[in-house]
Design a protein around this ligand. Sequence first.
Ligand code: DAK
Length: 261
Amino acid sequence: MSTTPEFILVNAQYDKHIALIQLNRPKELNALNLQLMGELRDALKQLDVDDEVRCIILTGNEKAFAAGADIKQMAGKTAIDMLNIDQFTTWDSIKKTKKPIIAAVSGFALGGGCELCMTCDMIIASETAKFGQPEIKIGVTPGAGGTQRLTRVVGKALAMEMVLTGKFIGAEEALRAGLINRVVPVELYMNEALKLAKEIAALSPVAVKLAKESVINAFNSSLDEGLQFERKNFYLLFASEDQKEGMNAFVEKRPAQFSGK
Ligand code: DAK
């Protein structure tokens, strides 16, 4: 990044091999304006090539992960403005992050905020988290995957209800629906996200990266294609030092030290 971001805080050394990005427009409930999204895209690109970083936590604050795209910024736009702004390039870039991203969610995760946390790989939520796709209430539909990712995860019945009525669901319902990994008391959600990040950061970064790639591929391929893809990644890992280290450490009954090579 060439300039210091204004709407996000980035700590590349939040913990050993763990980076933290915090969305930081608290007065606007972290509404995702174009600048914030650009800053987020740039930060993720940079962390993705930082060899010291093995896992990224993305969070907001206790009141809001993000209340959606910035409605005030979008309200007066024409279709051609939206086309020329081409937010999809930014969202696609975020989606292409190879390292695992854990969303630590408290409060509102709505519209683009819900879509952003679904773009992450795992979601840890506080008991106060509320997920929703309320775009229908402002005369549009979800635009960054809300009708697709949500439906694949929670199923048609709940997705239809959320997308067609804009209703929010709480953390417990989101857990039951398979949208999130766990719910913890609000004072613990960052700790819980860090605990999960540490677990992942202790493993082979190259295996983690390929494992993420294979799981994501499951959403974009037939079962046979996905299995072929998985197989190639599995073979590829036998070219890594981490595979030798991991298997030798098991045989020698000692903890493995993974280098990412
Ligand atoms: N945009 C702009 N400002 C927002 C905002 C938003 N999404 N959400 C909240 N704010 C602002 C409020 O306007 C208010 O500002 P001031 O009036 O103080 O200046 C401040 O944050 C505090 O909000 P409230 O006073 O409303 O707080 P409450 O606790 O009473 O209510 C709420 C919280 C989250 C229920 C409410 O703020 C709310 O309903 N917010 C809007 C939620 C929403 O409709 N979200 C969906 C937005 S549409 C795309 C990618 C993504 C998207 C589209 C396209 N492409 C790749 C093309 C995404 C679209 C969306 O997300």
